[in-house]
Design a protein around this ligand. Structure first.
Ligand code: AMP
Length: 281
């Protein structure tokens, strides 16, 4: 497995792979890898001949009061996991190799980035779109795999690739969960024992909406939000950031929950830790 930190070296290596006829599959991450990340790697493996994983905690997507400084890291452990999954190349650059002095160009997707995570994290998607574009330019993947856990991010990146004619297929991959339903996340490491016990309420809230819908009930968006809020706020140390009912692709707000085209997405602080989850109904 190649381990590369220098962007130029990555670019040269990927160009060589493409010249030799290989399809490159790409999985961007911020590291501290868990089974959710590894499921994306396996998907990329199935879809390509040369798998590149990037590990980069992207400062441009963190707000000033967020957890950039304490974001968990374990590069040796991550490399071991990538090796075990048959990853071909890990790209783990330093910050100044991605954002050299004088950096001043950003990629902004309008519309889809308004509301939901975009409302509580105003510069977040600009940072994500900028770094992902840079990584696409360096790697030149045929396919890039992203988790449905970051649902809004996936829709934003699909739109970005389409709008900018980026020659890459943006693929979504299902959310991987702990046995009690909590969506896996590097940030789960922040949770205290009691917070960890509260945290599965996010998924429980989403499942409750789904089950009531499956049982044939007609639910308005406002009712769905109220159901979820009640379940989440019953747990200690929780504070709802948002619960939204949106069109599954266009992310427009909806009045009614309709099966097949609705996503319920939420962000909840458990203690100081902001967790996100969603369900497509
Ligand atoms: P991160 O390292 O948190 O930036 O995530 C890197 C990629 O892994 C993103 O595409 C995430 O959506 C995806 N991801 C993170 N957690 C999960 C999960 N539990 N299941 C599936 N994909 C995930």
């Amino acid at each position: 497995m190649l381990q590369i930190a220098d962007p130029r070296q990555l670019s040269t290596e990927c160009e060589r792979q493409r010249r030799e006829g290989r399809r490159i599959g790409f999985v961007p991450t911020m590291g501290y890898l868990h089974e959710g990340h590894l499921s994306l790697v396996r998907r990329a493996r199935e879809l390509s001949d040369f798998v590149v994983v990037s590990i980069f905690v992207n400062p441009a997507q963190f707000g000033p009061s967020e957890d950039l400084e304490r974001y968990p890291a374990d590069l040796p452990g991550d490399l071991e996991k990538c090796r075990a999954e048959g990853v071909d190349c890990v790209f783990a650059p330093r910050g100044d190799q991605i954002y050299p002095e004088g950096f001043s160009t950003y990629v902004v997707v309008e519309g889809l980035t308004e509301g939901m995570c975009g409302a509580s994290r105003p510069i977040h998607f600009r940072g994500v779109c900028t770094v992902v574009t840079k990584l696409f330019n360096l790697v030149g993947p045929c396919v890039a795999v992203f988790g449905e856990k970051d649902y809004q991010q996936l829709q934003v990146l699909r739109r970005m690739a389409r709008d900018l004619n980026q020659p890459v297929e943006v693929m979504g991959s299902p959310i991987v969960r702990e046995p009690d339903g909590l969506a896996m996340s590097s940030r789960n490491a922040y949770l205290s024992r009691s917070q960890r016990e509260s945290a599965p309420c996010l998924y429980r809230a989403l499942k409750t909406i789904q089950e009531r819908l499956i049982s044939g009930e007609r639910i308005t968006a406002a009712q769905a939000v109220a159901i979820a809020r009640r379940i989440i706020e019953a747990e200690p140390e929780t504070r709802v950031d948002y619960i939204e009912v949106r069109h599954a692709e266009r992310l427009e707000t909806l009045e009614d929950v309709r099966r097949g085209e609705t996503v319920v997405a939420l962000a909840v602080f458990v203690g100081e830790t902001r967790l996100i989850d969603n369900i497509v109904l």
